[in-house]
Design a protein. Structure first.
Length: 261
């Protein structure tokens, strides 16, 4: 096993242990998962109020994908907290790349997001008409999780300069994605400039691909949308790593890497 692979594996173990310390199975199941299910049911119920089966299914799938995205987007504040915890100087001093450390430490968010999305989908799908191609759901959620993960790392590169702003930035971006990304209403109802912003954020292309995939199965258009989701996530990830590099080099020069500015 290469050094980078071993570093990523050990970092992933750290991320798993942190999550396990934050939740017991009781608090996860009866706290977090109940909250997630309630939010999904709340928006889905809007379709019931206006007696629209199409809107029920639209909001149901959209909010399950959004809940998957929020888990992986949490890679942002988790990574930025390295500075507040005092571990960032040690990572910078280590003779290796920080990429496997950050990537591994937050990898469990991807597993968590996909797992939670599938659990809620299985638990609540009996209340609506299940899409004919429902078995594609795991693939769809993995793609959305990876796209949002890239954005999370980019947000970390921004908020690591002001760690206390990490949660504020994270929540703003997430709710922006939900508002304009096609979760509860189609992006076609927005002006062109809003649709353009949505196109540069994860979740939008992923949701378009997911809806097509669940309706009619695999096609060239589905592949294009899901590939677009992965490409956007990769672009955000690259920007995040550049941001980390700039931050580290500047902080080394002025000696502030271990201080909150």
């Amino acid at each position: 096993m290469t050094t980078m692979a071993r570093t990523a594996r050990l970092s992933a173990r750290v991320g798993f242990e942190e999550t396990k310390a934050a939740y017991s199975w009781r608090t996860w199941l009866f706290g977090w998962m109940v909250r997630v299910a309630a939010q999904i049911l709340f928006f889905t119920a809007i379709g019931l109020l206006i007696e629209s089966d199409d809107l029920v299914a639209f909001a149901f799938i959209g909010n399950i994908c959004a809940m998957t995205a929020i888990s992986t987007l949490a890679a942002g504040p988790d990574t930025a907290w390295e500075r507040s915890l005092g571990t960032l100087p040690l990572l910078v001093a280590a003779p290796g790349s920080m990429l496997p450390v950050f990537a591994g430490r937050c990898a469990f968010h991807v597993v968590q997001g996909v797992g939670e999305g599938l659990v809620v989908f299985a638990a609540l799908s009996s209340f609506i008409s299940i899409p004919e191609q429902w078995w594609w759901m795991p693939v769809a959620l993995v793609v959305i999780a990876l796209g949002s993960y890239g954005l999370g790392i980019a947000l970390a590169a921004f908020s690591i300069r002001r760690p206390r702003m990490g949660n504020l930035v994270f929540n703003f971006v997430f709710f922006l994605m939900v508002a304009i990304g096609g979760v509860n209403v189609s992006t076609e109802v927005f002006p062109g400039w809003v649709q353009a912003i949505a196109g540069f954020l994860p979740l939008h292309h992923g949701l378009l691909g997911v809806r097509l995939l669940l309706e009619s199965g695999w096609s060239g258009e589905v592949a294009s949308q899901l590939a677009g989701e992965l490409a956007i996530g990769a672009a955000w990830l690259a920007m995040g790593m550049v941001g980390f590099k700039v931050f580290v080099e500047r902080s080394r020069r002025d000696g502030t890497i271990d201080l909150e500015e």
